[in-house]
Ligand binder design. Structure first.
Ligand code: KG4
Ligand code: ZN
Length: 329
């Protein structure tokens, strides 16, 4: 079995996965959303202190598995350095006391492997990764054979939902609340412009759209009603998604894509899922999605990647875990 740890942002999560069957034997995740909500975003130092309490609490429930462990997997990048180190230190302590190797896992590789939890891998795929930190299109040809073909020049898709929610005083994380309110609003009330629409660049940008939302909120001032807020959410969500769709369509037109998938926390957005389903149908591609519970950060996806890394003997020296990080091509 592999014990995996995830602490790259505001979720403390530990999982146990059986190497041979890929079955998830244990998974617990403690989210810190409530604690960060009042600040409208994740406060790194607070997150680190909460991990220092939550991770040992979860670990205590896994001791019965310790004699069966063959490796400890841990997210070592990218993420908040002060929270990553909480998981890394726990992995180092476990590795030394149980005498098993460490597998350091890139968090984004973990998101890709959320597609394969309790399943065989399925490559090649073209993958849209939409999380709080990243917006990328990745060509995944096989284990560790990932190439970024488009990425954001500034904010990410998920982050733009967080920032819009913060400006509207809706708390953190923004994605679920903005999506919910969007369902009650008029998506064509605000005519925000689609970012990079006239540019041939295959890239994403959300800072300009965020600014358009800021100006609309300013203009409404104190008289902003609940309906106004819902209309802003709906118009923003429509344009944020149209931007993704516009660039994805360009990629679909130039590349034959048989299998397409969406991963990352924002892949839980049903409006986005619906639009991409239609795009895939238009181009004859099959759409793959991770189970909803594994879209946001979790240790199960880290454990699933680690199974393939274990077979590939990708072990990391316990003292060298933060250096030589794996990066995308
Ligand atoms: O993958 P994830 O859990 O953490 C990172 O690796 O960043 O993604 C979290 C991000 C947050 O920005 C959150 O607002 C966004 O995913 N998110 C959503 C939705 N649910 C979560 N964005 C849009 N619509 C949603 N339904
Ligand atoms: Zn993530």
């Amino acid at each position: 079995m592999i014990l995996s740890i995830e602490s790259s942002c505001d979720d403390s999560s530990i999982a146990i996965t059986e190497i041979k069957t890929k079955k998830v034997l244990f998974h617990t995740k403690i989210s810190q959303e409530l604690e960060h909500s009042v600040y409208g975003g994740v406060v790194p130092e607070l997150a680190a202190r909460l991990h220092a309490k939550a991770l040992p609490d979860i670990l205590e429930k896994t001791t019965a598995y310790f004699p069966s462990l063959k490796a400890i997997a841990v997210t070592n990048e990218p993420g908040l350095s002060v929270t990553l180190v909480e998981g890394v230190m726990m992995a180092q302590a476990l590795c030394l006391s149980l005498d098993v190797p460490i597998i350091a896992v890139n968090h984004l590789y973990g998101h890709i492997y959320s597609l394969f939890i309790e399943k065989e891998t399925h490559f090649p795929q073209t993958i849209l990764l939409v999380s709080g930190g990243h917006t990328m299109v990745i060509e995944a040809k096989g284990f560790d054979d990932f190439r970024v073909i488009a990425s954001s020049m500034d904010d990410s898709f998920g982050e733009s939902f967080d920032k819009v929610a913060k400006m509207l005083g809706l708390g953190y994380p923004g994605g679920p609340v903005v999506e919910k309110l969007a369902g009650e609003g008029d998506a064509h009330r605000f005519n925000f412009t689609v970012p990079l629409y006239h540019s041939n660049k295959i890239a994403f940008s959300y800072s300009g759209l965020k600014n358009q939302v800021r100006l609309a909120i300013l203009e409404l001032g104190d008289s902003r009603s609940e309906q106004d807020t819902a209309d802003i959410c709906a118009s923003f969500q429509r344009v944020a998604t149209e931007h993704l769709l516009h660039k994805l369509k360009k990629i679909f037109k130039t590349t034959k894509i048989k299998d397409f998938s969406i991963v990352g926390g924002a892949s839980a957005n049903l409006y986005l899922r619906g639009k991409i389903e239609k795009l895939c149908a238009e181009f004859g591609a099959t759409l793959h999605l991770a189970a909803l519970e594994y879209c946001s950060d979790n240790a199960v996806m880290i454990g699933r990647y680690a199974i393939d890394a274990y077979h590939d003997k990708q072990f990391t020296d316990y003292s060298d875990i933060t250096s030589n990080p794996k990066v995308f091509k």
